[in-house]
Design a protein around this ligand. Structure first.
Ligand code: NAD
Length: 482
């Protein structure tokens, strides 16, 4: 069933069945491009969550005992369905999140590939045999950790939930995932691909609810063995603290405030064009979005002019319209946040070179914005904008740029532009970040790990490291002659 907007009726998925929740309590889902309510999302009660936990406990026993070849087959079948349905899934993602259709469908297609990567990596969760004494076999085995409690945000409505689900399932774990209540139908359609691929009941359970209630319930349950979260630093700290109280490991993919260092020897126009391409993606609502542009003073004006030109060439509009390059922000909270950061910077002396305002139309639209003369004490220089704001700050030498770049408690992504191999190596050695891109601002790839340092969290998603958090390392020494 769908609404007039082509938006499906959202359901939770528990123990292999689609359900509405015990009390029928719901919250509205809003299209950020129109501010219209397009549907609603069911909210779980504690009893619903208990059913999901029971299902995950049973599902874990079934899934861990399933031969790895069969697990891989089911995961590949789910990936094929995601790829087949990418256009439909992408349209729903755009309706509820706002990003342009090309970004949403591209995200769905990449998600299928990520799942294929994890499906194959399931076969490579090797242990090892350690040389030992005659008559003794000393091995290290890697076993699935157990049922996972996962929480994902709204900015990557397909890829975000899938990173948790595909890693957990590839490792042999079951999962209860609370995807964002702001993008629930995309998560539902993603989960439907796994269900239709033949995943046994209980292995994957999808719930929605009041976030604090759900996380408290799932984390404190003795059933769950890992807490996996993507979202803001404050909420991450809260959940990691709660997990620590009940001695559960956690995987924390939190925010950042990515510096982009443009050195004197880089081509400033090329750097501006590449950085701008990444800046406006998802309207800047990406944890790795380039967000502090530190440019050598000798090329700062040339860089800024090219960046402003790129910003002004961006077509802002409804993500469903052909030709839209940047959609609305995902919700009113983000508009308020970027407005506050802009006003604070201007009050402290910053100049708006382009943008700086909410667009005068329904929807959560904010213009691509470039600011210069932003003092270091402006909130924008220390608070992740998570929106289309680009402050450009000139620097005199690399020591100064590195000091500014590393001055924040975050360390997720960082970017550098230079034509010198020696400078590139210095950046690689010195930047405090889990992800460094040199001479480009491209996104993550499933073959390589992503994750942060400092307040940006711990653990890695992507690459062979992705399964680490979901596996227990067990030492077994076996004396052959009793
Ligand atoms: P928020 O801190 O309220 O929520 C972030 C996410 O955490 C949401 O999905 C929310 O549902 C969830 N959440 C909130 N409280 C929770 C709780 N007690 N238990 C479990 N989940 C909980 O922020 P927001 O307004 O949605 O987004 C604002 C900020 O969050 C952004 O500025 C950005 O820094 C950060 N963020 C980061 C990412 C990321 O990919 N790292 C994604 C989305 C948001």
């Amino acid at each position: 069933m769908t609404t007039d907007h082509g938006y499906p009726a959202v359901r939770m998925y528990v123990a292999g069945a689609w359900c509405q929740g015990e009390t029928g309590r719901t919250a509205p889902v809003v299209d950020p491009a129109t501010e219209e309510v397009i549907g609603d999302v069911p909210l779980a009660t504690p009893a619903d969550l208990d059913r999901a936990l029971d299902a995950a406990a049973t599902g874990f026993e079934v899934w861990r005992a399933t031969p790895v070849a069969e697990r891989t087959r089911v995961l590949h079948a789910a990936a094929d369905l995601i790829a087949e349905r990418a256009d439909a899934i992408g349209r729903i993602a755009t309706l509820e999140q706002g990003k342009p259709l090309a970004e949403s469908t591209g995200e769905a297609r990449r998600t299928a590939d990520t799942l294929r990567w994890h499906a194959d990596d399931a076969r490579r969760a090797y242990g090892r045999v350690i040389p030992s004494a005659p008559g003794t076999v000393l091995t290290v085995r890697r076993e699935p950790l157990g049922p996972v409690a996962a929480f994902t945000p709204w900015n990557f409505p397909v890829g975000g939930p899938n990173r948790k689900i595909s890693s957990a399932l590839a490792a042999g774990c079951s999962i209860v995932i609370k995807a964002s209540e702001e993008t629930p139908a995309t998560a539902m359609e993603l989960v439907r691909c796994y269900a239709d691929a033949g995943l046994p009941p209980g292995v994957l359970n999808l719930v929605f609810g009041e976030p604090a209630e759900v996380s408290e319930h799932l984390i404190s349950s003795p059933v769950t063995r890992l807490v996996a979260f993507t979202g803001s630093v404050p909420v991450g700290k809260l959940l990691a603290g709660r997990a620590g109280q009940v001695m559960k490991p956690s995987l924390m993919e939190l925010g950042g405030h990515a510096p982009v260092i443009v050195c004197a020897d880089a081509d400033p126009v090329r750097a501006a064009r590449r950085a701008a391409g990444a800046k406006w993606a998802n309207a800047g609502q990406v944890c790795t979005s380039p967000s502090r542009f530190l440019v050598h003073e000798s090329v700062a004006e040339e860089f800024t002019a090219a960046f402003v030109e790129a910003a002004e060439a961006v077509t802002v509009g409804n993500g469903l319209d052909a030709g839209t390059r940047m959609g609305p922000l995902a919700n009113e909270r983000r508009v308020e946040a970027v407005r506050r950061l802009t006003a604070d910077a201007v009050a402290r002396g910053a100049k708006i070179r382009t943008g700086g305002e909410r667009l005068d139309r329904p929807g959560y639209f904010f213009a691509p914005t470039v600011l210069t003369d932003v003092p270091e004490e402006a909130e924008l220089m220390s608070e992740e904008p998570f929106g289309p704001l680009a402050p450009v700050v000139p620097f005199r030498d690399l020591d100064e740029a590195l000091a500014i770049a590393n001055s924040l408690p975050y360390g997720l992504a960082a970017y550098g532009f230079t034509d010198s191999a020696a400078t590139a190596e210095r950046l690689a050695d010195s930047l405090q970040a889990g992800i460094l891109s040199l001479n480009h601002c491209g996104g993550s790839v499933h073959e390589a790990p992503s994750g942060g340092v400092k307040d940006s969290g711990y653990g890695r998603e992507g690459g062979p490291e992705a399964l680490d958090a979901y596996l227990v390392t067990k030492r077994v020494s076996h004396l052959l002659v009793p």
